[in-house]
Design a protein around this ligand. Structure first.
Ligand code: THU
Length: 160
C-alpha cells in the first residue's frame, strides 16, 4: 500500500478589484447574470459568465422548476448554451458568483459536483484548460487554472 497526496493550486484574490481587468469584467457580467436567476424555490441565485477566445462572453443563471430535479445550475446553463452557440470556440475562463436570501455570502462558493463534471467535459473536448474563478456575493475570489483541479480522480471519456 502506498499513500499519495493530491495537491491543487489555488489563487485567492481579496476582492474583485484585485482581479485582472478582463476577469473583473467577466465577474461583473456573472453578477448581472445572477440577477436573472429563476430561483423561486430556493431563492439562491447563481450567475456564470464565460470568456471565449474570440473575446465574446456568454452567460447563464440557475433555472429552477416546480419538479425540482428538472431545474439546472447556472454553470451548466452557461456551458451548454456556449457549446450550442459556439461549438468551435475555445473557452478561456468562467466566473461564478452566488447569493443567498438568508445570509450575505462572503466566502467563495464552488460549483457543485455535477457542474464540475460537465465543465470538465468541455475542457477535455477543447484540450485546453479553462480557468475558473468563483466567489459568493462579496469578498474573496478563488481561481483554479483548470477545471480538473476541481475534480481530482474524475471520470472522463478515456475510460469508455
Ligand atoms: N446552484 C447552481 O446554480 N450552481 C451550483 O453549483 C450549486 C447550486 C443552484 C441550483 C439551485 O437552483 C440553487 O442553486 C440551490 O441549490
Amino acid at each position: 500500500m502506498k499513500k499519495q497526496k493530491v495537491e491543487i493550486q489555488l489563487e485567492v484574490f481579496e476582492s474583485v478589484s484585485e482581479l485582472p481587468k478582463d476577469i473583473q469584467e467577466l465577474m461583473n457580467k456573472a453578477q448581472q447574470a445572477r440577477e436573472n436567476a429563476y430561483a423561486p424555490y430556493s431563492r439562491f441565485k447563481v450567475g456564470t459568465a464565460i470568456q471565449l477566445s474570440s473575446g465574446e462572453t456568454t452567460i447563464g443563471s440557475n433555472q429552477e422548476n416546480a419538479a425540482y430535479p428538472s431545474g439546472l445550475c447556472a454553470e451548466r446553463v452557461a456551458i451548454f448554451h456556449t457549446g450550442a452557440l459556439f461549438p468551435n470556440q475555445e473557452i478561456k475562463a468562467m466566473a461564478i458568483t452566488a447569493s443567498s436570501p438568508s445570509q450575505v455570502l462572503s466566502e467563495p462558493i464552488g460549483p457543485c459536483g455535477a457542474c464540475r463534471q460537465s465543465m470538465a467535459e468541455y475542457e477535455q473536448k477543447q484540450n485546453a484548460p479553462i480557468a475558473v474563478y468563483f466567489m459568493g456575493e462579496t469578498g474573496k475570489i478563488v481561481k483554479v487554472n483548470k477545471v480538473m483541479d476541481l475534480l481530482p480522480l474524475g471520470f472522463d471519456a478515456t475510460y469508455l
